[in-house]
Each structure stands twice: as C-alpha cells, then as structure tokens.
Design a protein around this ligand. Structure first.
Ligand code: SF4
Length: 352
C-alpha cells in the first residue's frame, strides 16, 4: 500500500484555516543534545518532524487587569482557561487528524506539565525512559522557527510579541524545517519586562541567564525567579491583588523578601487562594480569599491573578510602540494611564 505524503504548505494551510495563527516545523536534528526527558523522540520514537502551532491571546484579555477593575476573563479565556484547553486544542487535533488521513502518525501534545521535577519511578520498560517526559514547548517553538524566547523567558513572535499560546504535533512524516529566527531580532533587551514585573525577572546587568544553542544560533534569556513569579501570578502577593486585603484586612507580606522555589510558592498560594473554611455570617462564601477562589472556579481551573504585568503587558506595550511588531491597534499603546501597584498590605500606595 502506498501513502500520499502531504506537503508542508498543505498542512500549514489546513492548520491556519482551522483557526491557528502560527505554524512552523522543526527537524529532529534541532533537538540534538536535548535532555532525554525533554526530547520529542522520548515520546514518539521514530518521529521525524515537530510541528509547533500557536494561537494568539487577544490584547483585550488583559484590559480589565491593566485598569485594575476586572479579573475573570483573563483566567477564563486567555491564561490556562479556554484558549489553552479548547481554542488551541481543537484546531491542533484537527491538524493531527489531517496528517493521519494521509497514513502518517501524528501525536498531538498538550503543553501542560504532568509532574515537575525528577521522575518518581524508573523506566517502565527495561532500558527505556522514565515516565512524565515533557517537551519544552517554548524551545520547540524556537526550533520550529516561529519566534524566540525573550529576556523575560516568554516566547515572542514578530506577529504578536508575547501574546500567544503554543502546542505541538510530533509526526513521522518528514517535513522541511522552517528557518530559525535570529536571536534578539524580536526581543531588543530593553528591559521593559523587568521594569513592569513585581520582582521576578533579573535585569540583564545581573548576568543571571540561561542559554541554549540550536544549529549555529545561541538563544539567551533571564533566569527568572520562579518562586517570586509564582507567588505574584497565583495570588500570593498583596501588591498585585486587591482581593487579599479584602479577605484578610491588615495582612502584610513582602513577596520580594521570599527565597522560595516554584513548588513551595505553589504550595503556599494555591491553598490560600482556593481553600475553604466553614461558611459563617462573617464569611458567607466559605472561601479563604473569595476573589481568588471565584476566578479559579470560573476560569476552568486557571488562576492568573497578577496577569503578567511585566513579561506580557509591559513587553507588548513596548514592542508595539518601538519595534515594528506586526499586530498594532488603532487605539495606540496598550498602557495609557498611570499603572497601579499596591503596597505589601494590598493597599493603594503609588503609581507604577
Ligand atoms: S508573570 Fe508577572 S511576576 Fe512572573 S515574570 Fe511575568 S511579570 Fe514577573
């Protein structure tokens, strides 16, 4: 039986027609030297190409948080809510079906992480690789020529700057790889992300960075303090949440004095944000921090309280104004009013 090999352009056209905005192909050679627990071939031995696709995050998704007035839709649509779990996955899955219709296997990958850290068991098959392998989707996006990783560690494209979510398909269909994006052709190292971030991204002069090499290109980004980022992002930092002081008046917490790992930060802020105690006339909802718990409940499980103040909002505001990024808006820059940031008690103090 012979199989008809669909061409790359045919697959790209199909993927984009289903609602995806970004499409690129990486060859397996571009993952040479990747740790085996992050290697596409550890998931699909025999894979010959990695297709990386992306769908934009609408700029308006952050509007309510930027104005300090409205939170639910960023978690619900744009963070790990519908965009990551549905809007991106439907066309991804249809593209995988399109490839399999031609007789080639296609593994659609959900870009969530099942277990962070070292494996909890050994290989399930003698000589095999332990379970919970995870493809680093942003690195795969670089290898597929869609964009680069900016100083903030966020994936950037010429079309949308930092505003997209990515997913991938591994296939044994051999496809021509797309050209790599030149390092720092999108991220200009202006440090807008650092100025907007509540304290997780080191400045370039601190010389804390991570780098990888793909073919002849070296990509470098900040070694972000993921403990502090997680505290801010997931509701453990009163400076970026009006809901903490409302639930716990007088509570004070300086996230920038903490030296915690990402895991410890999650352990601290998720139970506080989503946990319950008995309902009473004083606390009728029963939630410890009702504002956070409802956002997570409405947000399809996602909890994006801080709304990426620096690495997304400051970044695309700068890129749109200064660097010729493709999608710009008739109403001009995103940040149009003095920015809000609260003090360690969660009270209004100064403009950011
Ligand atoms: S999500 Fe917020 S805290 Fe984390 S790196 Fe981005 S701006 Fe900084």
């Amino acid at each position: 039986m012979s199989f008809r090999e669909p061409g790359k352009e045919e697959i790209r056209e199909f993927a984009l027609s289903r609602g995806l905005d970004l499409f690129g192909v990486a060859s397996m050679e571009r993952f040479r030297g990747a740790p085996e627990r992050m290697h596409p071939e550890s998931i699909f031995p025999g894979a010959r190409s990695v297709i990386v696709v992306g769908r934009r995050i609408v700029r308006g998704g952050w509007r309510g948080i930027e104005e300090g007035t409205y939170w639910p839709n960023y978690s619900y649509f744009d963070y790990s809510g519908l965009l990551n779990t549905f809007f991106l996955q439907m066309p991804l899955y249809e593209t995988a079906c399109f490839i399999e219709d031609s007789g080639y296997e296609a593994v659609p990958l959900y870009s969530g992480i099942t277990v962070e850290g070292p494996p909890e068991t050994g290989p399930l098959r003698k000589g095999g690789i332990a379970p919970e392998v995870n493809l680093a989707i942003r690195i795969a996006g670089v290898a597929a020529g869609i964009g680069e990783i900016g100083w903030s560690k966020i994936f950037l494209t010429r079309r949308f700057g930092p505003r997209q979510r990515l997913a991938a398909i591994l296939t044994d269909l051999k496809l021509e790889p797309d050209p790599l994006v030149e390092p720092n052709s999108i991220c200009k190292l202006d440090m807008a992300c650092v100025r907007g971030c509540p304290g997780a991204i080191p400045h370039i002069r601190e010389k804390k960075f991570v780098e990888i090499k793909i073919e002849d290109k070296t990509y470098r980004w900040a070694d972000v303090d993921m403990g502090r980022c997680t505290l801010a992002y997931h509701g453990g930092d009163p400076r970026v949440s009006p809901f903490i002081s409302k639930a716990l008046p007088g509570y004070s917490f300086d996230a920038n004095k903490q030296r915690v790992t990402e895991e410890t930060a999650y352990k601290f802020c998720w139970p506080m944000s989503t946990g319950e105690w008995r309902k009473s006339s004083e606390h009728p909802s029963g939630y410890i921090i009702p504002g956070h718990a409802y956002i997570q409940k409405w947000g399809e499980g996602a909890l994006g309280i801080e709304g990426s103040r620096g690495c997304m909002r400051s970044c695309f505001d700068y890129l749109e104004k200064c660097t010729g990024i493709e999608q710009v808006f008739e109403n001009g820059p995103f940040i149009r009013r003095p920015r809000w940031i609260l003090d360690e008690k969660g009270l209004p103090e100064k403009d950011g």
